[in-house]
Design a binder for this molecule. Structure first.
Ligand code: ZN
Length: 412
């Protein structure tokens, strides 16, 4: 599937620091040590509605990781999927009376424009669920050979007990898994299942639903195996980081890892699993079902500077849960005004320590709020907000602007 266009990224002269990220599986900060290109997989959207701020926060978070690796001198191989056939998409298409293919194409295109506006670097491989069906069929056959798949009516299920490491991604106990599973697409009570936690890998054809031929009969892929198949094909096992929102920890990332680990025994799917926090609005997590969504495209259509949207996102640590307010957006607009004023002077306060602080903060588990604070302190010193204006560094703007662009994705 066509990806979107990446902005040009200035190449920074010196290698930035080693990048550390929080790994959900171990609960610790881990140093990433890419061998060859750094390999990143981020779970993509199900394109049944416009990109809201919760999505934007996740993709900007992992864009920071992409940029931190590049700043450290690594090449990056970035893969993202788009779940262009799944229950929520088909339900939505039926409800609004639109062809599901058309709906998926339209919303995917809107997502591409949103990502471009926010200066999110494009994945090298942007892969749809539909186009990955041959990969999914292959992987299911490997799981069958390992004895990890069984049939319930026309559907195929993955046996979670086939993966000795099942549970390691989330670290959750069985009771917690069983409580959350039904709210996140699981069907623990379906008769005929061997274990309530087993998940569907191939859904046999239903009336009125699209289906593709396979050795297991006509049907379509389960959501979790879509990501395992795409990740294994384009990144291989033990890639550096799998990213997504914290609502994907279980079952999605647990199951995807389970499939891959049964297919390639002894290897973790990813070396680290990183998760972005949830964004709330009007007191509750932003979600389609609650209807409390702030859309990136709606703000763009109201002529909001996308860099102000990005700055609001950067002011929150990617792992924290936080609430979007319009006041934060207007504050970011004012902040960018003062930054542009300071940078237009050319000279400013010493830039060296700011460059170091920005790169160090981002390499330290993508700590964008600390990086932004370092820039704000430089702007205040340059404009003389707390005393005399400091213009002792004649090349300050020329030094700092490429760093803001390359590391934070902020083009002023
Ligand atoms: Zn995924």
């Amino acid at each position: 599937m066509r990806s979107w266009s990446s902005p040009d990224v200035p190449v920074l002269p010196a290698g930035g620091p080693v990048v550390r990220v929080h790994d959900t599986a171990t609960g610790e900060l881990v140093e990433t040590r890419p061998e060859g290109p750094a390999r990143l997989y981020v779970c993509g959207i199900t394109p049944y509605d416009a990109t809201h701020m919760g999505h934007a926060a996740t993709y900007v978070a992992f864009d920071l990781l992409n940029r931190a690796w590049r700043s450290a001198g690594h090449e990056v191989r970035y893969v993202q999927n788009v779940t262009d056939v799944d229950d929520p998409l088909l339900e939505r298409a039926t409800r609004v009376g639109v062809d599901w293919v058309e709906l998926a194409e339209r919303e995917t295109e809107l997502f591409r424009h949103d990502m471009e506006a926010l200066r999110v670097l494009a994945p090298d491989h942007y892969i749809g669920a539909v186009e990955s069906i041959p990969l999914v069929i292959d992987l299911i056959q490997r799981l069958q050979e390992a004895g990890a798949v069984y049939q319930v009516e026309t559907d195929l299920y993955f046996s979670v007990t086939a993966d000795p490491a099942f549970g390691d991604v989330s670290g959750w106990d069985r009771e917690t898994m069983l409580r959350v599973f039904p709210d996140r697409g699981g069907d623990p009570d379906r008769p005929g299942k061997k274990d309530p936690l087993d998940c569907i890998v191939w859904r046999g054809e239903r009336d009125g639903e699209p289906a593709w031929d396979s050795p297991f009969g006509p049907g379509r892929p389960g959501w979790h195996i879509e990501c395992s198949a795409i990740a294994l094909e384009h990144l291989g096992s033990a890639f550096d980081v799998q990213g997504g929102g914290s609502d994907l920890v279980f079952p999605h990332h647990e199951m995807s890892a389970g499939h891959a680990q049964v297919a390639s025994p002894g290897e973790r799917l990813a070396r680290a699993y990183a998760h972005a926090g949830m964004v709330a609005y009007d007191g509750e997590k932003m979600s389609k079902s609650k209807g409390n969504l702030v859309f990136v495209s709606a703000l763009r259509n109201s002529d909001v500077d996308p860099m102000a949207i990005r700055l609001v996102l950067l002011r929150h640590h990617y792992r924290s849960d936080w609430e979007w307010t319009d006041a934060q957006l207007w504050d970011a607009v004012d902040t960018l005004d003062s930054w542009r004023k300071a940078f237009s002077l050319g000279a400013g306060a010493p830039s060296g320590p700011v460059v170091e602080a920005v790169l160090a903060a981002l390499a330290d588990d993508l700590d964008a709020p600390t990086a932004v604070a370092a820039v704000e302190a430089w702007v205040a010193a340059t404009l003389g907000d707390h005393g005399l204006a400091d213009t002792s560094d004649r090349d300050a703007a020329a030094t700092l602007l490429p760093v803001l662009d390359a590391a934070l994705g902020l083009a002023l």
